[in-house]
Design a binder for this molecule. Structure first.
Ligand code: SF4
Length: 284
């Protein structure tokens, strides 16, 4: 009887999972790999453009798994609480659920793009017994340079948002660092404004008027703002200060990491503010 095991590779829109997709096509041509992307409907335009390019390289479509219900629905279900690192209802409902429904009870091998230089990081590991997880980059000792080389050789390079942001995912993702929020405001003012409006709704519902500062409403255990410690209005009012800090951090990272690719320098500079490991489902 033919082996019906499915071979699946999730693409987050980030460099590592994209490079893994290319690597699997090259290194395992005998497998019928199914590529998929969990689309929250709130991804950056650069991500959608990059996925189209990647499909050209892979020579097959990337299945777009859309959550049956989007952010607005779940935002209501969670009674207007913003998702946060402590309460990541967005990933669970808009990414993992659609994925597990897509796989159903099929036996599947899931290929995950943890690199050799970040072996301690955990990617999405399903708790479902029918899904086996493997890590091809760890097996082949492929690190950041290796990932960049795979994407360069394939002729697609990095997604464009890597000029200002190192984590893939929703435009409003709370894992963004301050300089990334400023980058969003500059590159996609309409998306920044949408994120700002969601935050304003949370504040209004909490009975906080527009002139209040973060300190006026900070309460433990509930996320009222996207970015730690301040509203987006407060953050953007400090734009010059944030940009100045970021440029100084970039200069330091360049100086101390002369041989690293630019994306690693940008990552190191952003990590100076916050090096929390981002969501392993959304940012690979
Ligand atoms: S990218 Fe961020 S906001 Fe979007 S689903 Fe993932 S963790 Fe949530």
């Amino acid at each position: 009887m033919a082996d019906k095991t499915r071979h699946i590779c999730g693409i987050s829109g980030g460099k590592d999972s994209s490079a893994l997709a290319v690597y699997l096509k090259q290194s395992r041509p005998q497998l019928d790999i199914e590529y998929f992307f969990c689309d929250t409907g709130a991804e950056l335009p650069e991500t959608y453009e990059y996925l189209n390019k990647l499909e050209g390289v892979l020579g097959k479509p990337i299945a777009r798994l859309n959550a049956e219900r989007g952010f607005d629905h779940w935002f209501e279900v969670f009674r207007g609480a913003l998702p946060s690192p402590q309460m990541r209802w967005c990933t669970k409902n808009m990414k993992i659920k659609p994925l597990e429904e897509w796989i159903g009870d099929d036996e599947a091998v899931s290929y995950v793009a943890i690199r050799a230089d970040e072996a301690n990081r955990k990617g999405y590991i399903s708790t479902k017994p029918n899904i086996q997880t493997v890590f091809p980059f760890l097996e082949a000792d492929i690190d950041l340079d290796g990932v960049n080389a795979i994407l360069d050789d394939a002729g697609i390079g990095l997604p464009e948002y890597y000029e200002w942001r190192t984590r893939s995912g929703c435009y409003f993702c709370f894992y963004q660092r301050k300089a990334e929020w400023v980058g969003l405001a500059e590159r996609h003012p309409e998306l920044f404004e949408k994120a700002r409006r969601i935050e304003q709704k949370v504040l209004t519902d909490a009975g906080v008027d527009g002139d209040s500062s973060y300190e006026d409403f900070a309460m433990q255990g509930r996320a009222y703002t996207w970015s730690q410690g301040e509203t987006l209005d407060e953050l953007i009012a400090r734009k010059e200060e944030i940009v100045k800090h970021h440029e100084e951090a970039l200069a330091r990272a360049k100086k101390s990491r002369r041989n690293l690719p630019l994306v690693a320098v940008l990552g190191a500079a952003l990590d100076e503010e916050d090096d929390t490991t981002p969501c392993a489902v959304c940012a690979l």
